[in-house]
Design a protein around this ligand. Structure first.
Ligand SMILES: Nc1ncnc2c1ncn2[C@@H]1O[C@H](COP(=O)(O)OP(=O)(O)OP(=O)(O)O)[C@@H](O)[C@H]1O
Length: 543
């Protein structure tokens, strides 16, 4: 721990481990933060929530020394922030675990832990055995059960996060920012992450926790701060802010009757999001649009069959290792099958061929918008229309005016927060980038839309927009497959098919209960859905 940790606050008590006071930050014409503040106490789990574009990531970039505030100041344990660019000093005060890992996959865990400090000096040789022992000690100290000799690329997302946290702590930091750390974890992974974070809090480590899953805020955090439109709106003990009040603070709107109860954490399912209910009319069109027959994908699934009818939204759920994401991606031509067939409206899709899937009318919202989704140096308009350039002008030309009109409709439809259609997509906040990815998949008016975790990183109100838009695809006579383990995503589905270790283990019609789906995802409910009513509540985490 740094010797500044106990410096008193002006009021007498211990100073916050991290504090931003009246900070402002602009990017060109965009005000990302205006006179914003936050104070995180030692050992506290402090949530920072807000709609997409509220300024959360900008605050993180200031608190971690990646960017300099235009106005205001930062303090760590009562001391002014280190000089901009003094990386070692910043590292000893704060670390950030991002959704995207900073661990180098080709190196071992030990090498990653002591990157650039493997040896005692610039010209001193690296002592491998010693390095490994130090890594073992460090991991042991924080109870991280990972082999220091393992290649980092072989670790699970959750193990990589633990290694990143241990590395941060080894620099002396006792304040860790977690920016949507659960986005790529399944329910078990989240439970283990939260257990570890609770352990570390008992050792005096403080967290700033950013998440769009408000339930996680109630599960883990003691204090919550809300930002809206670049400004600080509220800071309060989590136990004193009900779900409705929290959503109101985030959106600035008074909740409608369909929103969650007035006080206390949200009941599962009471999120105000679109839901397909047992009594709703069944999909009308009888024809099957997507057929998967006896599909075998190496390492993902075996002899899997699934059909989605026109007018239907089907959820394909599963834990991280279930193979469900690979099945969804295979429909979009991303993986070659060892056996089996995929057809769209009777037409065979050549597995492993994206052009074949596109020609058959498959649209994809990919899992990772950074790797598969966006062209970062292009504008919002260009990204949103990349799949439909053929509709934007005659004879292979692209008319800027038509592109703009098309893009502006998408921006309006999907509530994308951007200064304009010509803004570079890289300048948008994470959640707004995700909306551009969805916009692009919808632009082709696909016959079969495959959406993998479509609301990943998207705020509570925007989720509504996106899920409603996917529902509209089906209501317009097309078919949609939502590949996700988010219960909110699955609630718009007419049926939910659950995979466990490469096989379908359960299927639920509308009206399912959260605990039934969670149990099946966890592999403890291998029964038919109609008989699944007696399944015990094994929900570890009601996302
Ligand atoms: N490098 C940049 N250039 C231009 N504008 C930016 C840049 N970074 C952020 N912004 C803008 O600043 C505002 C705040 O963005 P920020 O990423 O902080 O939001 P956020 O609350 O983290 O949102 P999300 O939940 O979607 O991640 C947004 O309007 C965004 O477009």
């Amino acid at each position: 721990m740094t010797d500044t940790a106990t410096a008193p606050a002006p009021g007498g008590g211990p100073a916050p481990v991290a504090e931003a006071i009246g900070v402002g930050k602009r990017f060109g014409a965009t005000v990302a933060l205006r006179d914003a503040r936050i104070a995180v106490a030692a050992g506290e789990a402090h949530a920072l929530v807000g709609r997409n574009g509220a300024g959360k990531s900008t605050l993180v970039s200031l608190l971690t020394g990646l960017q300099r505030p235009d106005t205001g100041g930062l303090r760590f344990s009562g001391e002014p922030a280190p000089a901009f660019g003094d990386i070692d000093a910043w590292r000893s005060r704060v670390a950030c675990v991002y959704q995207r890992s900073t661990i180098i996959p080709g190196l071992t865990v030990a090498e990653n832990l002591f990157l650039n400090r493997q040896s005692a000096g610039p010209l001193r040789p690296i002592r491998w055995r010693q390095l490994r022992r130090r890594a073992e000690e460090l991991l042991g100290e924080y109870g991280v059960d990972v082999d220091p000799a393992a290649r980092a690329g072989e670790l699970t997302v959750e193990q990589r996060q633990f290694v990143e946290i241990a590395r941060a702590l080894s620099f002396g930091a006792r304040f860790i920012v977690l920016d949507e750390p659960t986005a790529k974890l399944d329910a078990r992974g989240i439970a283990r992450l939260f257990d570890k974070l609770r352990d570390l809090r008992r050792q005096g480590v403080a967290f700033l926790f950013i998440s769009h899953h408000l339930q996680e805020v109630y599960d883990l955090c003691t204090t919550v701060t809300v930002y809206r439109d670049a400004t600080h709106i509220l800071t309060a003990p989590v136990a004193e802010v009900g779900h409705q009040a929290l959503v109101e603070a985030m959106t600035g709107e008074t909740a409608t009757a369909t929103d969650a109860p007035a006080a206390g954490p949200p009941a599962a399912g009471a999120t105000g999001l679109p839901t397909a209910r047992a009594g709703d009319p069944a999909p009308t069109a009888p024809g099957t649009l997507l057929t998967i027959e006896d599909l075998t994908l190496p390492g993902a699934c075996r002899d899997l069959s699934l059909a989605v009818r026109a007018g239907e939204v089907v959820g394909l759920a599963g834990a991280a290792a279930s193979g469900h994401v690979r099945v969804g991606e295979a429909v979009a031509g991303l993986h070659r099958a060892e056996a089996g067939r995929i057809t769209v409206d009777g037409r065979a899709v050549r597995t492993g061929s994206v052009p074949s899937a596109l020609a058959a009318g498959v649209g994809l919202v990919p899992e990772d918008r950074h790797l598969q989704g966006l062209v970062h140096h292009r504008s919002v308009a260009e990204n949103a229309t990349l799949t439909v350039t053929g509709q934007l002008g005659p004879f292979g030309t692209v008319l800027p005016a038509r592109t703009r009109v098309f893009a502006q409709r998408m921006i309006r439809d999907l509530d994308i927060k951007t200064p304009g259609a010509a803004t570079l997509v890289s300048a948008l906040s994470g959640g707004n980038q995700q909306k551009v990815v969805v916009a692009r998949a919808l632009a082709t008016d696909p016959r079969v839309l495959v959406a993998v975790r479509p609301t990943n990183g998207v705020d509570v109100r925007s989720k509504e927009f996106l899920l409603r838009r996917i529902r509209q695809v089906a209501d317009g006579g097309k078919a949609a497959l939502i590949v996700s383990d988010e219960l909110d995503d699955l609630r718009v589905c007419d049926r939910v098919v659950v995979m466990f270790h490469g096989r379908v283990v359960a299927e639920f019609d509308r009206g399912w209960r959260d605990e039934q789906v969670v149990a099946a995802v966890e592999g403890v409910a291998g029964r038919a859905p109609t008989s699944a009513t007696g399944v015990s509540d094994t929900a570890e985490h009601g996302r």
